[in-house]
Ligand binder design. Structure first.
Ligand SMILES: CC(C)(COP(=O)(O)OP(=O)(O)OC[C@H]1O[C@@H](n2cnc3c(N)ncnc32)[C@H](O)[C@@H]1OP(=O)(O)O)[C@@H](O)C(=O)NCCC(=O)NCCS
Length: 434
C-alpha cells in the first residue's frame, strides 16, 4: 500500500483549521518543500540544521514516505511547518514468523512556539484514523519519551538494552571455533552485501520491522550521518564456510587519551543470521587489542553474549522500552500470529479511540493458528488496547500486568492461560530506532 497517496484526515484538518493551522502533505521529491519540512523536523529534535547533502539523500531515499506537516500562515517564515510527522507501511514480524502490515510513525515534532495546544494529538489521531480506514491492522513507533503515546493506545511491546562490557573482566567462555571467516569490508560493501543477513534475521525475530532503503543505509553507515561520524566507522563481515555472508558489525572506536590501551568500541549495528556468526563477531570485538570497553546501545534484552563470557558481572545492562505497538484491528492482529498453546480465551478490550473496542473470543487451534470473533460472552480478561498491544508479542507476563492493575482477571487462571498461549519462542526485539 502507498501511504502517501491516502487523503488527509478531515476531522484533524478541521480541528487544526479552527486554530488557524493548516494540515498538509509534502511531496518528498520537491526539494524546497522537503528542506523546509526537514528544518522543522531537525529543530524539533534539537538537532543541528540539516546539511544540503542530507536533504539530497532524503529526496532520493524517503520520497516513498507519507510526509505530513502543519503550517501556520501567520508566522514570519510560513513555509517552515510548525509540526511534522512521517509515516509508511512496514512489515512487523509476529510470533510464528509471519509479518503484519504496520503503520510506522516517525518524525513527530511540534515547534516549541506551538506546543501543548493539541497539534500532536490532531496529527497522530488523524494518522491512526487514516491507517485504520486503509485496513492497516497495526501502528508502531519508537519514542523519545515514554510518556507521550499511551494516550493514543500504544504500549511498549519490546525492550532494548544499553549493553556495556568491561572487556578485561569479561573473558571468553566458549570453546567451539567458528567454521567461517571474518574480514574487514567497506561500509558500501556492508550496504551492498549484508541486507539479506538482516532480512533473514528479522523474519526470525518477533518485534522486528522491515527497513526502508534509508534506514538500512543509516545502519550500514552510508546514509544519514547527522554528525558526520561515518569517517570513524569500521565494518567486519562474517562469511560461513560456503562463503555466504551470515553476520556483520559496523562500529567505531573512541580513544581514552590518558590510556591508549583503553579504547571503547561503540557498536553502530550488529546483526547475525546464525549463532556461529554471532559468536564469531562477539569474540572478535571482545578480543580486540587496545580496547577496554565494548558498548552496544541497541542490544536486545537477553543477549546470548552474556552466556559466552566468563563473568556476567562484566556486563552492565540498562533496559528501556523500545518498540511501541498500537493494535488497530484486533481480529487481523491476533489471527496473524501463532500461539504456544491451544485453547480459548475471551478478552474485553477498551479503546478510547474506538478502533479496537469490543469483546473477542480467541480460539487457538492445535497447530497454533487462531480464529478471532467478537462475542457477547462474559470476558475472562479485561484490559485496554495499549496493554493488549504491549502483550501482543509475548514479551511480558500477563500476571505482572495484572499485579500492576493493567489487566483484570475475571475468570480465575485466565492470566496464566493467556501467558501460556502468547509466549514467544524468541524474545521480542527491534534492532533499530525509527
Ligand atoms: C511531544 C510533542 C510532539 C507534543 O506535541 P504537542 O502538540 O505539544 O502535544 P499536544 O498538545 O497535542 O498534547 C496532547 C497530550 O499529550 C501530552 N503531552 C504532550 N507532550 C508530552 C510530553 N513530552 N510528555 C508527556 N505528555 C505530553 C499533553 O499534555 C496532552 O495531554 P492530554 O492527553 O492530557 O491532553 C512535542 O512536545 C515535541 O515536539 N517534542 C520534542 C520532539 C519529540 O520528543 N517528539 C516525539 C518523538 S517520539
Amino acid at each position: 500500500m502507498d501511504a502517501k497517496q491516502l487523503p488527509l484526515d478531515r476531522t484533524s484538518a478541521d480541528a487544526l483549521s479552527a486554530g488557524g493551522l493548516r494540515l498538509g502533505l509534502v511531496d518528498g521529491t520537491d526539494r524546497d518543500a522537503l528542506a523546509a519540512w526537514d528544518e522543522a523536523d531537525y529543530r524539533g529534535f534539537h538537532d543541528r540544521r540539516p546539511e544540503p547533502e542530507t536533504i539530497d539523500e532524503h529526496v532520493r531515499h524517503t520520497a516513498h514516505r507519507r510526509i505530513v506537516g502543519v503550517w501556520d500562515d501567520g508566522i514570519p517564515e510560513p513555509n517552515v511547518p510548525v509540526a511534522t510527522v512521517s509515516t509508511w507501511v512496514g512489515d512487523l514480524t509476529v510470533p510464528g514468523g509471519a509479518t503484519l502490515p504496520s503503520w510506522a510513525v516517525s518524525s513527530v515534532t511540534v515547534a516549541p512556539t506551538h506546543r501543548r495546544r493539541g497539534v500532536a494529538r490532531a496529527m497522530l489521531e488523524g494518522e491512526l484514523r487514516t491507517a485504520a480506514a486503509a485496513g492497516v491492522p497495526m501502528a508502531s513507533l519508537t519514542v523519545s519519551e515514554a510518556t507521550i503515546y499511551e494516550r493514543y493506545g500504544f504500549g511498549p511491546a519490546t525492550q532494548t538494552a544499553d549493553l556495556t562490557i568491561d572487556v578485561r573482566r569479561a573473558g571468553w567462555a566458549r570453546t567451539e571455533a567458528s567454521t567461517g571467516r571474518l574480514a574487514f569490508v567497506s561500509l558500501q560493501t556492508v550496504a551492498d552485501t549484508c541486507r539479506d543477513v538482516f532480512e533473514r534475521a528479522r523474519l526470525n525475530t518477533p518485534g522486528e520491522m522491515s527497513m526502508d532503503d534509508f534506514i538500512w543505509g543509516q545502519r550500514a553507515g552510508v546514509l544519514g550521518d547527522r554528525d558526520k561520524k561515518s569517517a570513524s566507522l569500521r565494518a567486519v563481515r562474517y562469511d560461513d564456510a560456503d562463503g555466504v555472508p551470515q553476520g556483520f558489525v559496523v562500529y567505531s572506536l573512541k580513544a581514552d587519551h590518558s590510556d591508549f590501551s583503553n579504547h571503547t568500541v561503540d557498536i553502530r549495528y550488529l546483526r547475525a543470521a546464525t549463532d556461529d556468526a554471532y559468536a564469531a563477531i562477539w569474540r572478535f570485538l571482545l578480543k580486540l587489542d587496545l580496547v577496554g570497553t565494548v558498548k552496544n546501545e541497541v542490544a536486545t534484552a537477553d543477549e546470548p553474549v552474556l552466556w559466552m563470557i566468563r563473568d556476567q558481572r562484566a556486563a552492565t545492562v540498562v533496559l528501556r522500552d523500545h518498540h511501541w505497538l498500537r493494535i488497530l484491528d484486533v481480529k487481523s492482529a491476533l489471527e496473524a500470529r501463532r500461539y504456544a498453546r491451544p485453547g480459548w480465551l475471551t478478552l474485553r478490550i477498551e479503546d478510547r479511540l474506538g478502533f479496537a473496542s469490543g469483546t473477542y473470543r480467541l480460539d487457538v487451534r492445535a497447530d497454533g493458528s487462531a480464529e478471532v470473533e467478537t462475542t457477547d460472552a462474559a470476558p475472562d480478561l479485561s484490559m485496554d488496547v495499549a496493554t493488549l498491544s504491549a502483550l501482543y508479542l509475548g514479551g511480558w507476563r500477563t500476571s505482572t500486568l495484572a499485579h500492576a492493575g493493567r489487566v483484570t482477571e475475571l475468570t480465575e487462571g485466565a492470566a496464566r492461560r493467556f501467558d501460556e498461549a502468547f509466549r514467544a519462542d524468541e524474545a521480542p526485539t527491534l534492532s533499530f530506532w525509527y
